[in-house]
Design a binder for this molecule. Structure first.
Ligand SMILES: C=C1C[C@]23C[C@@]1(O)CC[C@H]2[C@@]12CCC[C@@](C)(C(=O)O1)[C@H]2[C@@H]3C(=O)O
Ligand SMILES: O=C(O)CCC(=O)C(=O)O
Ligand SMILES: [Fe+2]
Length: 385
C-alpha cells in the first residue's frame, strides 16, 4: 500500500519541491563540449554540418533509402517526417502521457520498477550504473502487456486507465506498422533491392519477431539546469528507437570533429529515429548507433516518449551476410542476444569501455572471423543471425 512515506523513501526524490540541485544530482563535465543548434537555420556553413538530417517517407523509396543511408552512416539519427502516423493521435498520446506524469507521486510509485525488472516506474533503468542521479523519472511498459501492466498505476481501471490504454493501443498499432516499413527502408539503405530485402526478411524474420517497448520520460522543471542532466549520454541498445519529443526540446546528439552536442529541434509531428547498438552489429558497423543525452530547463517540464525496437530476448544478433562489403568483408562483431549485450554494457559502464568494442571480433584473427561467419547462418528466431 502506498503511504506518505514515499516522500521520505530513498527511492523517491520530490523534484517538484526542489529549490536547487543537490550534490546527489549534480553532474560534472556537463559543459565540456559546446552545444550547437541542429535546427533548420543551423549549419550556416557550406555543408550544413550541424543540421540534423531529415528523412521524408513520402519521397520515392530509392530517394528515401538514400537519405536513410546517409543519415544512418554519418549521424546514426534523423528526423522522420511523412511517416503517416496522424498528428492528432500523437497529440492525444502526449496528452495522456502528461496526465500520467501529473499523478500524485504515491500513485506513480505503486508501479515502481522492481529490482531486476525492465518494466515499471522510476529513475531511468540506466541510472543504476551511476552514483549521481538524473533529473528525470520514467515509466517503461511493454505494449503487448499494456492492460495488465497499467493496472499497477490505475488499480481501479477507471476512465483515465481506459483512455490511456486505448490511446496507447492505437499508437502501438500504428508504430508497429511504421517500424516494419522503416526496417524495410533500412535494408534498402544497405543497398539491397526490394526483392533482396524481402529475402532477408524471409530468412531472418527480423520484422516478424521484432519486439517493442515503450519508455516515457518526464523531465521536471529544474531550478539550476546547468548542474543537472535529464538523461546521461548513452546509445540505445536495441535495433532502433522512435523518439517523440514534445514541444519542449531537450534531446542532443553527440558529433565529432569538432566534438559538440547538436540540439535536435522539436518538430511538430516528426519522430527522431536513433540507430541502436544491436542495429550497428546487424549492419556490421555500417550504421552507427548515436550517442545522445537529454538536458533539462528552468522554464518548463518536458515529456518524451521512446518506442524501442529490438530482437526477442533469445535471438542472437550478428552481422548480416548482406551487410558485408569488399571494404569490410568479415563480420566485425560476435553474435549476442539483447540480454547478453545489456550485461556487457553494464560492465562497460563500470570500466569506461565501449560495449560495442567488447563484442567486436579481432579482425586480425582470420580463422576466428571465418569460423564465425560460417557458424552465423541464421536459423529461425531463437537462433543465431
Ligand atoms: C527496451 C529498452 C531500452 C532501454 C532499456 C529498455 O529495456 C527499456 C527502457 C530503455 C531505456 C530508456 C532510457 C535510456 C535507456 C538507456 C535506459 O536506461 O532505459 C534505454 C534502454 C536502452 O536503450 O538500452
Ligand atoms: O528525452 C529524449 O528526448 C531522449 C530520450 C532517450 O534518449 C531515451 O528514452 O532513450
Ligand atoms: Fe536514448
Amino acid at each position: 500500500m502506498p503511504t506518505a512515506s514515499h516522500l521520505t523513501s530513498p527511492r523517491y526524490f520530490d523534484f517538484r519541491a526542489a529549490r536547487g540541485v543537490p550534490e546527489s544530482h549534480a553532474w560534472p563535465g556537463l559543459h565540456d563540449h559546446p552545444v550547437v543548434d541542429g535546427g533548420a537555420g543551423a549549419g550556416a556553413g557550406e555543408d550544413d554540418a550541424d543540421r540534423v538530417p531529415v528523412v521524408d517517407m513520402r519521397a520515392d523509396p530509392s530517394a528515401a533509402a538514400a537519405a536513410v543511408a546517409r543519415a544512418a552512416e554519418t549521424w546514426g539519427a534523423f528526423l522522420l517526417e511523412g511517416h503517416g502516423v496522424p498528428e492528432s493521435l500523437l497529440a492525444r498520446v502526449e496528452e495522456r502521457v502528461a496526465g500520467m506524469f501529473a499523478l500524485p507521486a504515491p500513485e506513480k510509485m505503486r508501479a515502481v520498477r522492481g529490482r531486476g525488472e525492465s518494466c515499471g516506474y522510476g529513475s531511468p533503468p540506466i541510472s543504476s550504473f551511476f552514483a549521481k542521479s538524473m533529473w528525470s523519472e520514467g515509466y517503461t511498459f511493454s505494449p503487448a502487456h499494456l492492460r495488465r501492466d497499467l493496472r499497477k498505476l490505475w488499480p481501479k481501471a477507471g476512465p483515465d486507465y481506459l483512455l490511456f490504454c486505448e490511446v496507447m493501443e492505437e499508437f502501438h498499432r500504428e508504430m508497429r506498422l511504421l517500424a516494419d516499413k522503416l526496417l524495410g527502408l533500412f535494408l534498402r539503405a544497405l543497398g539491397l533491392t526490394a526483392d533482396e530485402a524481402l529475402a532477408v526478411e524471409a530468412t531472418h524474420r527480423i520484422a516478424e519477431t521484432m519486439t517493442a517497448t515503450t519508455h516515457l520520460n518526464w523531465y521536471p522543471r529544474c531550478p539550476d539546469p546547468k548542474r543537472a542532466l535529464g538523461l546521461i549520454p548513452h546509445t540505445d541498445s536495441g535495433y532502433f528507437t522512435f523518439v517523440l519529443q514534445s514541444q519542449v526540446p531537450g534531446l542532443q546528439l553527440f558529433r565529432r570533429g569538432p566534438d559538440r552536442w547538436v540540439a535536435v529541434p522539436a518538430v511538430p509531428g516528426a519522430f527522431v529515429v536513433n540507430v541502436g547498438d544491436l542495429f550497428s552489429i546487424l549492419t556490421n558497423g555500417r550504421f552507427h548507433s548515436v550517442f545522445h543525452r537529454a538536458v533539462v530547463n528552468k522554464e518548463s517540464h518536458r515529456v518524451s516518449l521512446g518506442y524501442f525496437l529490438g530482437p526477442p530476448a533469445q535471438t542472437r544478433v550478428g552481422p548480416l551476410e548482406e551487410a558485408l562489403t569488399p571494404a569490410r568483408p568479415k563480420p566485425m562483431y560476435r553474435p549476442v542476444t539483447w540480454p547478453e549485450y545489456m550485461t556487457v554494457r553494464k560492465k562497460a559502464f563500470a570500466t569506461g569501455d565501449s560495449a560495442l568494442q567488447m563484442v567486436a571480433v579481432d579482425q586480425d584473427d582470420d580463422d576466428d572471423a571465418q569460423t564465425k561467419l560460417a557458424n552465423r547462418k541464421i536459423k529461425v528466431s531463437g537462433e543465431a543471425y
